[in-house]
Design a protein around this ligand. Structure first.
Ligand code: ATP
Ligand code: MG
Length: 285
C-alpha cells in the first residue's frame, strides 16, 4: 500500500503523529545548519536535513543550539515554513519507522482555535500539498502530500474518545486551547485559545497559576465548575490535580487509536493527533 492516512499535530514543543500502525513523537526544534566539530549525540530524534535549499538540524540537537536557531514561535499561527518542515520530518519519521513503501500521504493537521479561519487554513493547505524530494541524515526521501485538511487544535481531540458532549483543555507549550463540544459540534462561542502555555510561564513549574488563569478564561466562556473537563497535551496528567481545585471533574483524556488489527490506548499528549487521524480516516477513505 503506498497510500497513507495520518493525523499530524505539529506542536511547538513536540510533533505527534497517529496512523494505522501506531503513534510517533519527536522534539520539533529546528535550527540552521552549522559545522559540527565534535559529533556529539543528543537524542534518537536528531535529524540533519536539507529541504528546498534550507539546511538545518531538527530534534533534540536543535534544542541545544538556540543561539543559532530562530527560536520556536510559541503560540502563534502554524501557517509558516517551520510547520512545513516539521510536518515533512514527521512523515519521514513515521514512514521510516512503520511503512517505508508509503509514498502518497493524506493528512489532517491543526491550527489553534482562535486562528482557525478559512484564510489561514487555505494557507496551510497550499503550503503542504505537493511532491517532495529532500534529504535527512544523508538519506534521500521522496513522497507526495496528496491532500490536507486543517482541524482546530483541542477541539479535534474530541474525535479521539467516544462521546457526544465534551469540554476539553489542551495545555500546550505556547497555547492553551479550550474547546466546547455539544452534540459532536464545536461551539464557537464557548471555545477559544489563550496565548500562554508551559514555555511562556515566568516560572515553568507554576501549574497553580496556569490552572487559575485557565479557569478564569473558562469562566469568561461560561464554563461551569461542575462541567466535566477533559485535559490533553504534554502536561495533562500533571496539571489535572491543579485544575481539580476549580473544576470538580477534571480528567486526563484517554485517546483510543484503532490500528490495523487492534485498538490501543495512548497517552493524552496524543489526543489531538489521534483526533486528527480519525477525522482523516473519515474524509480520505
Ligand atoms: N513529562 C513532562 N513533564 C513536564 N512537562 C512536560 C512533560 N511533557 C511535556 N511537558 C511540557 O508540556 C508542554 C506541552 O507539551 P505539548 O507537546 O502538549 O506541546 P505542543 O503541542 O508541542 O505545543 P503547542 O500546542 O503550543 O504548539 C511543553 O511545553 C513541555 O515543556
Ligand atoms: Mg499542542
Amino acid at each position: 500500500m503506498d497510500k497513507l492516512i495520518l493525523g499530524v499535530d505539529a506542536g511547538n514543543y513536540k510533533g505527534k503523529v497517529a496512523g494505522v500502525y501506531g503513534v510517533d513523537s519527536f522534539k520539533t526544534n529546528i535550527c540552521n545548519w552549522f559545522e559540527r566539530d565534535v559529533d556529539e549525540t543528543f537524542g534518537p530524534d536528531d535529524m540533519e536535513f536539507e529541504i528546498n535549499g534550507r539546511k538545518g538540524y531538527a530534534g533534540t540537537i536543535a534544542m541545544y543550539e538556540d543561539e543559532f536557531g530562530d527560536g520556536a514561535t510559541y503560540g502563534d499561527t502554524k501557517a509558516h515554513e517551520d510547520t512545513k518542515i516539521r510536518i515533512l520530518l514527521a512523515i519521514y519519521r513515521y514512514t521510516k519507522k512503520y511503512c517505508p513503501d508509503a509514498k502518497r500521504i493524506y493528512l489532517v493537521t491543526g491550527q489553534p482555535i482562535n486562528r482557525h479561519k478559512d484564510e489561514e487554513k487555505t494557507k496551510i493547505i497550499n503550503m503542504l500539498i505537493g511532491y517532495y524530494d529532500f534529504s535527512v541524515n544523508g538519506q534521500r526521501v521522496r513522497f507526495a502530500i496528496e491532500d490536507v485538511k486543517v482541524a482546530p487544535e483541542g477541539s479535534a481531540a474530541f474525535w479521539s474518545t467516544p462521546a457526544t458532549d465534551m469540554k476539553i483543555i489542551d495545555v500546550g507549550s505556547g497555547t492553551v486551547n479550550l474547546a466546547s463540544i455539544i452534540d459532536k459540534k464545536h461551539i464557537h462561542k464557548s471555545s477559544g485559545t489563550m496565548n500562554t502555555g508551559i514555555e511562556t510561564l515566568r516560572n515553568k513549574n507554576d501549574y497553580e497559576a496556569l490552572a487559575r488563569a485557565i479557569y478564569q478564561q473558562a469562566t469568561k466562556l461560561k464554563w461551569k465548575n461542575t462541567d466535566v473537563v477533559f485535559t490533553c497535551g504534554g502536561v495533562a496528567e500533571i496539571i489535572t490535580p491543579y485544575l481539580k481545585k476549580h473544576f470538580y471533574d477534571a480528567i486526563p483524556m484517554q485517546p483510543k487509536l484503532k490500528r490495523e488489527f487492534d485498538t490501543i490506548q495512548v497517552p493524552p499528549t496524543y489526543a489531538n493527533a489521534v483526533g486528527f487521524y480519525n477525522l482523516a480516516r473519515g474524509v480520505f477513505k
